[in-house]
Design a protein around this ligand. Structure first.
Ligand code: C2E
Ligand code: MG
Ligand code: MG
Length: 695
C-alpha cells in the first residue's frame, strides 16, 4: 500500500487576502520612465508576448516569445511573423521545431490599434507538457474503458460518478442506473457490508483496500468479486474520490469448488477418496482419544474383481463398483465413513464404537449382504468380499498404521478362502514381513544361481523298475539355508516371479535330461510342476516344444504336473495349451489328487495320463481309515479311467504294501529316495537294483 506522503503532491501554501489596498499608496511612475517601466514588465514575463503589425511584421517581441522560436528579440524585430492566428481571441496551437523535440505553443491573438493602424498582440504559451499530460490521461481513460475488470469511481460520499463498460456488464445495469447513485445499491445486502467497512477504513487510513465482496446484479443474482479500492486525493491533499476495481470471480470460485470436490471424491462412486478417509480417520482418533472411545477401521476388497473386469468388461466392472457402494451404504450409519481407497478397495470407518461387538455386527452384515448376487448392467454377478479390521486404540494409535493393519487383515481373510472378515493381530504382521523379505530375496535368487532342481525317483510297483523322477525346485538362501518350495512358490506365484523361475525350470530340466542322455543314463521320464500363472501368461506349448527341440529330446521324456485348481479354472488358455502339448506327445499328470475340488467331469475333460495321490492320504495308511478309503477310491477311479496312478509320499513298507495290494501303479517317496541333487540322482539310478517288495 502506498503511503500518504509518497502519493500526495506537496500541499500548496494558502494565502488569505486580508490586506487593505487603500492603505498602500499608488506607485509614482514618471511619464518618461513609463514606457521603459512597462517594457521591463513585459521583458520579465514568462509568457511570450509579440506585437504584429497589419503587414504581418513583428514590431515587438519579449524574451520569452523569442525563446520559443529559439531566437532573441533583437533578431526577430521587423521579421515576418508567418504563423496563422485567429483574431477572434480563440486560442490556436502551433508546433514549433527548433531542433530536437517539437514544442507546442498556444497562441491567443488580441487586436489593438497602434500608430493609427491595426496591430495584433499575440500571447504565446508553451503547452507541450499539458498536451503530453492530456494525451496520457486520454490513453488511461481509454484503458479503463477497455479493461476486462469493472472500474467505478465514487465520490468520497460513495456516489458513483463513473463506471466503465466492463462494470456495467458485470453488474447487469445501464450507465443511467448507476451514475449519481450510492454505491450501496450494488451490494448483496447479506447482513455484512464489506464495502462500507472498506470506505470507513480508507477514509481513516488513506490506504488501498483489498477484499472479497458479494454484490447483487440488477436481476437479483449474486456474484462474488475481488475488490480493490484506492482513495484519490485532490491537489490540496483532501480525500475526494475512490477508484474501485472489481474482478468477477464467481466462475473461478465455481471451478475451484469443482476441483476440490474432484480431489476429494471418487468420480465413479461419489465416495470420499483415500486422502479424505485418512483425514477423517485422524479426526476420529483425536475425538476418540478425548472421549476414551474406540474407532474401527475396515478395508473391504471384492474377491475376483479383476477377473469380472476382464471377462465382462470395464463398463460392467464400473457398474458393479457403484452397486457395491449402494449395498454397503445401506448397512453403514450416516455417521460412518465409506470411502473408495482405490481399485476395488473400500474403507469403512466406524466411530463411537463402544464395544467391538458392534463393529463385528456391521462387518458380518456387510459380508452377508453379498451372499445375494449384485446387478450390474443387466448382469447378475456373484461377488463376495473380504474384510480386514483394525481398531484404535487396541491395535495402533496412528491412522497410517491402522489402515495398513486393516489391509493386512483383509489379505489374511483373502488367503484363508475369501468371503470372510478377519481382525488384525500382530502375528499377521510378522507373517507379511517374512513374505515381503522372501519376495525381495527371490528376485536375486535366479541371477545369483541360488536355485537348483532336485530329482525324486519314481518306481513301478509291479516290475520294481524306475520309471521316472519328479523335478523339485530348491533354493539355497545365502543366509537362511535351504528354503522349501512350499514357502516360496506361493509368493513367487502372487508376485509374478514364477514366470522367470518357470522359464528357467523348463530350460534347466531339458539341459539336465540331455546331459544324462549323453552319459548313457537309462531313459527316465522327468516330471515337473507348472503353476496356473504360467499357463495363463506364457505360451507354454511354444516354450516346452522349442526347449525340447534345442536339446534334441523326444516330447515323451517330459511330464507336466498340474494341480486340480489349474484344471478347474478350465479357461480356454489352459485347455488349449494342455491339448496342444499332449497332442505333441508331452504327458500330463494330475498332481495332489484328492486335495482339490476337481470333479470327474473336469478330470475327463483333461487329457491327463497319470493321477498323483496326494502324500497326505498315503501318510494315513495304517492309521486313518478315511485316508485309506480315499486312497483305495482314487486307485480304482484311475484304473477305471485307464490312468496310471502314482502314490506320493510313500515312507514305509506298510504303505507300499497297501498300495501294491490295491494295484497302484507307481510310487514316489522317502521309502524309495528323498529328492536328490543331480549328481547323487545319477549315482542312485546307476546303482539301483530292484528291492524285494514281494513280502
Ligand atoms: P508336489 O509337487 O506334490 O511335490 C511333492 C512334495 O512331497 C515335495 O515337496 C517332496 O519333497 C515331498 N515328498 C516326497 N516324498 C515324500 C515323503 O516320503 N514324505 C514327505 N513327508 N514328503 C515327501 P517339496 O519339494 O517341498 O515341494 C512342495 C511343493 O512345491 C510341490 O508339491 C509342488 O507343488 C511345489 N513345487 C516344488 N517344485 C516346484 C517347481 O519347480 N515348480 C512349481 N510350480 N512348484 C513346485
Ligand atoms: Mg508335483
Ligand atoms: Mg504332489
Amino acid at each position: 500500500m502506498t503511503s500518504r506522503a509518497a502519493s500526495l503532491p506537496p500541499r500548496p501554501v494558502r494565502v488569505f487576502s486580508s490586506w487593505d489596498r487603500r492603505s498602500v499608496p499608488a506607485p509614482e511612475v514618471p511619464r518618461e520612465a513609463e514606457s521603459s517601466f512597462y517594457h521591463r514588465i513585459l521583458e520579465g514575463s514568462r509568457e511570450g508576448v509579440a506585437v504584429v503589425d497589419s503587414a504581418g511584421h513583428i514590431v515587438f517581441c519579449n524574451g520569452a516569445a523569442a525563446a520559443l522560436f529559439g531566437s532573441t528579440p533583437e533578431d526577430l524585430a521587423g521579421r515576418e511573423f508567418g504563423f496563422p492566428y485567429a483574431r477572434s481571441g480563440e486560442p490556436a496551437a502551433i508546433e514549433i521545431f527548433t531542433g530536437g523535440q517539437p514544442t507546442f505553443v498556444e497562441m491567443v491573438a488580441t487586436p489593438m490599434s497602434w500608430r493609427d493602424g491595426e496591430a495584433t498582440i499575440v500571447h504565446l504559451r508553451d503547452v507541450t507538457k499539458w498536451r503530453e499530460a492530456a494525451a496520457q490521461i486520454g490513453m488511461q481513460s481509454k484503458a479503463l474503458e477497455a479493461t476486462a475488470n469493472g472500474v467505478i469511481i465514487t465520490t468520497r460520499d460513495g456516489i458513483i460518478s463513473w463506471a466503465n463498460p466492463a462494470f456495467i456488464k458485470m453488474a447487469g445495469f445501464e450507465q443511467g442506473d448507476v451514475i449519481g447513485k450510492s454505491s450501496t445499491m450494488l451490494k448483496a445486502d447479506l447482513g455484512d457490508d464489506p464495502l462500507a467497512d472498506a470506505v470507513a477504513h480508507l477514509t481513516a487510513m488513506s490506504e488501498t483496500w483489498k477484499g472479497r465482496v458479494v454484490n447483487r446484479r440488477k436481476d437479483g443474482a449474486l456474484y462474488t468479486a475481488e475488490q480493490t479500492t484506492t482513495p484519490i486525493h485532490d491537489a490540496t491533499g483532501r480525500l475526494s474520490h475512490f477508484v474501485t476495481v472489481l474482478e468477477d470471480i464467481s466462475e473461478r470460485l465455481k471451478a475451484e469448488d469443482e476441483l476440490v470436490r474432484l480431489s476429494e471424491y471418487d468420480v465413479l462412486t461419489g465416495l470420499p477418496n483415500r486422502s479424505v478417509f485418512m483425514d477423517r480417520l485422524r479426526l476420529a482418533i483425536e475425538r476418540a482419544a478425548r472421549a476414551e472411545a474406540a474407532v474401527a477401521v475396515m478395508v473391504m476388497d471384492l474377491d475376483n474383481f479383476r477377473s469380472i473386469n476382464n471377462t465382462l468388461g470395464h463398463d460392467v466392472g464400473d457398474a458393479l463398483l457403484c452397486a457395491v457402494t449402494q449395498r454397503v451404504q445401506k448397512i453403514t450409519r450416516t455417521t460412518d465413513t465409506l470411502a473408495r481407497l482405490g481399485g476395488d478397495d473400500f474403507g469403512i470407518l466406524l466411530e463411537d464404537v463402544t464395544d467391538m461387538a458392534a463393529a463385528s455386527r456391521t462387518v458380518r452384515s456387510i459380508v452377508n449382504a453379498f451372499h445375494a448376487p449384485v446387478q450390474a448392467k443387466g448382469h447378475s454377478i456373484e461377488v463376495t468380499v473380504s474384510v480386514g479390521i483394525a481398531a484404535y486404540p487396541k491395535d495402533d494409535t496412528d491412522p497410517l498404521s491402522l489402515l495398513r493393519e486393516a489391509e493386512l487383515a483383509m489379505y489374511q481373510a483373502k488367503s484363508e478362502g475369501r468371503d470372510a472378515f478377519r481382525y488384525f493381530d500382530k502375528e499377521m504382521d510378522a507373517d507379511i514381513r517374512r513374505r515381503v523379505r522372501i519376495e525381495t530375496d527371490l528376485r536375486h535368487a535366479l541371477e545369483q544361481n541360488q536355485l537348483w532342481l532336485a530329482y525324486q525317483p519314481q518306481m513301478d510297483l509291479a516290475t520294481g523298475k524306475l520309471t521316472g523322477a519328479e523335478a523339485l525346485i530348491r533354493w539355497n538362501h545365502p543366509e537362511r539355508g535351504l528354503i522349501s518350495p512350499g514357502e516360496f512358490i506361493p509368493i513367487a506365484e502372487t508376485s509374478g516371479l514364477i514366470l522367470p523361475i518357470g522359464d528357467w525350470i523348463i530350460e534347466e530340466i531339458c539341459r539336465q535330461r540331455q546331459i544324462w542322455q549323453v552319459l548313457g543314463l537309462p531313459e527316465l521320464r522327468l516330471g515337473f510342476n507348472v503353476s496356473g500363472v504360467q499357463f495363463r501368461q506364457r505360451n507354454l506349448f511354444e516354450q516346452v516344444t522349442s526347449a525340447l527341440e534345442r536339446c534334441g529330446l523326444a516330447p515323451s521324456t517330459l511330464d507336466i504336473e498340474i494341480t486340480e485348481s489349474v484344471a478347474m479354472e478350465g479357461t480356454g488358455r489352459v485347455q488349449e495349451n494342455v491339448d496342444r502339448l499332449t497332442a505333441a506327445g508331452v504327458s500330463m499328470s494330475m498332481d495332489d489328487f484328492g486335495t482339490g475340488y476337481s470333479s470327474l467331469s473336469n478330470l475327463q475333460a483333461f487329457p491327463v495320463c497319470r493321477l498323483k495321490v496326494d502324500g497326505s492320504f498315503v501318510r494315513g495308511i495304517g492309521r486313518a481309515k478315511d485316508d485309506e478309503k480315499i486312497v483305495e477310491a482314487v486307485v480304482r477311479l484311475g484304473q477305471s479311467l485307464g490312468l496310471t496312478v502314482v502314490a506320493e509320499g510313500v515312507e514305509t513298507i506298510e504303505q507300499l504294501k497297501f498300495l501294491k495290494d490295491r494295484a497302484c501303479d507307481e510310487i514316489q517317496g522317502y521309502w524309495l529316495s528323498k529328492p536328490l541333487p543331480p549328481a547323487e540322482f545319477r549315482r542312485f539310478v546307476e546303482s539301483f537294483t530292484c528291492p524285494d517288495i514281494s513280502e
